[in-house]
Design a protein around this ligand. Structure first.
Ligand SMILES: *[C@@H]1O[C@H](CO)[C@@H](O)[C@H](O)[C@H]1NC(C)=O
Ligand SMILES: *[C@@H]1O[C@H](CO)[C@@H](O)[C@H](O)[C@H]1NC(C)=O
Ligand SMILES: *[C@@H]1O[C@H](CO)[C@@H](O)[C@H](O)[C@H]1NC(C)=O
Length: 143
């Protein structure tokens, strides 16, 4: 059997420390597929401010501004997940003039989306029915 050198042992210790750190603090970046989904969704909705160079789960503008009606919320502590996942999107009263975003199905952990007081057109995309969203609440006003 090969003798374990002290530098190998140190490497092992630091990997162990890294592992504990990731367990303790969870993930801190958005899942790449969800970043792309949000990018496409921004185009569909006409939400021009969304800039995916800034991590959507960072809690920073443009994803979150202190107004209650502009808020992307993520869960970064889902067991077995190394990334943050989008769970709530609030986009109330933003004068959005795009279409209802079929990209929602690409956010599998989404629980709630609030699009009230916008001017979105189109019907509820049929893809939503086949999504694996466990429960989703969509708030909209029909003119
Ligand atoms: C953003 O949304 C989350 C989830 O609803 C909520 O906990 C948080 O307070 C909201 N922030 C603001 C400023 O409304
Ligand atoms: C994140 O998701 C896990 C598993 O569904 C849940 O237990 C936990 O309460 C959630 N955390 C937040 C901050 O929503
Ligand atoms: C909805 O609005 C978009 C952008 O203004 C337009 O391209 C599209 O044709 C409209 N769709 C419907 C069903 O009205």
């Amino acid at each position: 059997m090969k003798k374990i050198t002290s530098s190998q042992f140190l490497l092992f210790l630091s990997l162990l420390a890294l592992w504990f750190t990731s367990i303790a603090f969870g993930a801190d970046t958005t899942h790449p597929e969800e970043v792309q989904a949000l990018k496409d969704m921004g185009k569909t909705l006409g939400k021009k401010e969304w800039d995916t160079d800034i991590d959507p789960c960072s809690g920073q503008p443009p994803w979150f501004t202190s107004k209650e009606n502009n808020n992307v919320t993520c869960n970064c502590t889902i067991p077995g997940e190394n990334f943050c996942h989008v769970v709530i999107i609030l986009l109330k009263s933003q004068n959005l003039r795009g279409m209802l975003p079929r990209e929602l199905i690409r956010l599998p952990y989404l629980e709630e989306i609030d699009l009230t007081k916008n001017y979105l057109n189109g019907t509820i995309p049929t893809q939503w029915g086949s999504s694996n969203l466990r429960s989703m609440f969509l708030f909209m006003e029909i003119d």
